[in-house]
Structures are given as C-alpha cells and as structure tokens.
Design a protein. Structure first.
Length: 267
C-alpha cells in the first residue's frame, strides 16, 4: 500500500467549533488532511454548511473515535455508523478502547483489545457494504506488548488493512514511544502508521520510516501563532513544511533504550 493512498505528513487535530481553527485551515494547501474527534465532530454534524465551507477540494477529513475514556464508555457501532453516515469522512478510525499498564490485569487488557477489534470488524464491514460512503477505515493498534499487537494483527489481516493508527497522546517519554512503535511494526508489519499525539519535528525525525503521518495539537498551534496570539496561515505553512520534512527523513533503526518505568496510557 502506498503512503499516498492513506494520510501522510503532519495532520492538525482541530476543534471544529473554534472559529479561529476553521479560518486557519479552511482550504489551506499545507493542510491536505484535517483530523477531529468523534465528540468534537458533532458540531459539524449539526452544521453541514460549515463542513462544506471548511474543506477545500484538495482537503480530506479524518474522523477519529480516539478520545478520553469518559466519551468512549457506552459508545456502540450503531453510534459510530450514524456519525460516519452524516459526515462521510474520507477516513475513520473506529472503536477505540482503553488499555492501561498499571491498573489492569492481562485478562482485562485482553478483553478491551478484543472489544476494540470486534468493533473495528463490525464498523469496517458495515462501511464496506455501503457503496454510497467514501470512507476508508484506519484501524487502531492497541497496547504495547507483543501479544497485544498479535491480538490485533489477526483482525488487520482478515480485513486486508495494512495502514494503522497508534495513540501515544499521553506518553511522557519519546524513548517509550519509539520502543512501542518499533514493536508494533515488528509484530504487525504495517505499510504505514499514523501516530496520534506527537507532532514535534525533533521526535518525528527519530521515528522509523513506517511512520508516514502524525497528528496532534500543541505543536501546530504554538508554531502558527503570532506575538499577538492570532493564528497565521503563513506561519502554519512554514511549520508544516518542517514537520513534513521531519517525517520524510525518519530514522530506519531504533537505538537501544534502557528500561522505562513510565506508565503507558491509551497505548
């Protein structure tokens, strides 16, 4: 699978209800992909005219069911399909669940990974059966251990999916991110990975070449603001060029890292 088929490069995670975000990214050629969360997307669902005004002909919406646990509790494939049907995003990341290192047993981790994969299968099959939907599914790889990724690999292979997302939003160590990303690649062997939560060019340069896309908030926001606090489309363009170059120049090998004691969250 070519990285051009699925999202590649830096992808801003934005809030649709924020008018400054909309003005910054509307039809911006340096932002071919825009990502928002399932919950934030309800604002666009209720305002289809705003969605039409936001996206230029070269831009595509990535909708991610990847957010805080309090939003995920009780969410069903029916809920997911309802939003996908109304927004018709180009890409959808379905059925996220939580997998924690320090508060869950192996059995509990396995249960949540299986629930994530079961939801992914159902949403994928329902979208595939709808010829009127332009949406492509990006599965999320859950966990950090070999057996975590092996559990998901079965679903990816069955569905013929070779591009995946990986959420490192709350990781507090880039070394841990790199360790887990390399383990994911070793086990699943994806053609492309969308890294959720890391957009620092310095960090992206250290990622393996399979990381072809990354999304986040803090770095694009900080690098797009003028001294007065306004967002500048030109400043965003300069930053996006640097971030894209960082992803394109990613390392091919991971140096040895010592043992880590940090907690993984949403891994």
């Amino acid at each position: 699978m070519s990285e051009e088929i699925f999202p590649h490069g830096p992808i801003p995670k934005f809030s649709p209800r924020n008018s400054r975000h909309r003005r910054l990214f509307s039809s911006h050629y340096a932002a071919p992909y825009l990502l928002t969360t399932f919950t934030n997307a309800v604002w666009l669902e209720k305002r289809p005219d705003e969605l039409d005004a936001l996206l230029g002909p070269h831009q595509e919406l990535v909708l991610a069911n990847v957010e805080a646990d309090k939003y995920l509790v009780g969410r069903t494939p029916d809920d997911e399909m309802e939003r996908v049907e109304k927004l018709q995003p180009a890409y959808y990341i379905p059925s996220d669940r939580w997998v924690y290192d320090d508060t869950m047993t192996d059995a509990e981790q396995l249960e949540e990974i299986d629930r994530c994969m079961d939801g992914t299968r159902e949403v994928f099959n329902r979208i595939e059966a709808r010829y009127d939907l332009p949406t492509q599914v990006i599965p999320i790889a859950k966990g950090w251990k070999h057996w975590h990724f092996e559990r998901g690999q079965r679903t990816f292979e069955d569905l013929g999916l070779s591009y995946c997302a990986f959420d490192v939003t709350q990781y507090n160590s880039i070394n841990m991110v790199l360790e887990d990303v390399h383990r994911l690649i070793e086990v699943i062997g994806p053609d492309g990975v969308l890294l959720i939560g890391k957009l620092s060019p310095d960090h992206l340069r250290r990622c393996p070449p399979e990381v072809v896309a990354a999304t986040g908030v803090d770095h694009w926001r900080k690098n797009s603001q003028t001294e007065s606090g306004r967002f500048s489309r030109e400043l965003y363009r300069f930053w996006a060029v640097r971030a894209y170059a960082a992803i394109s120049s990613a390392q091919t090998r991971l140096d040895h890292f010592g043992s880590q004691s940090n907690v993984r969250i949403h891994g």
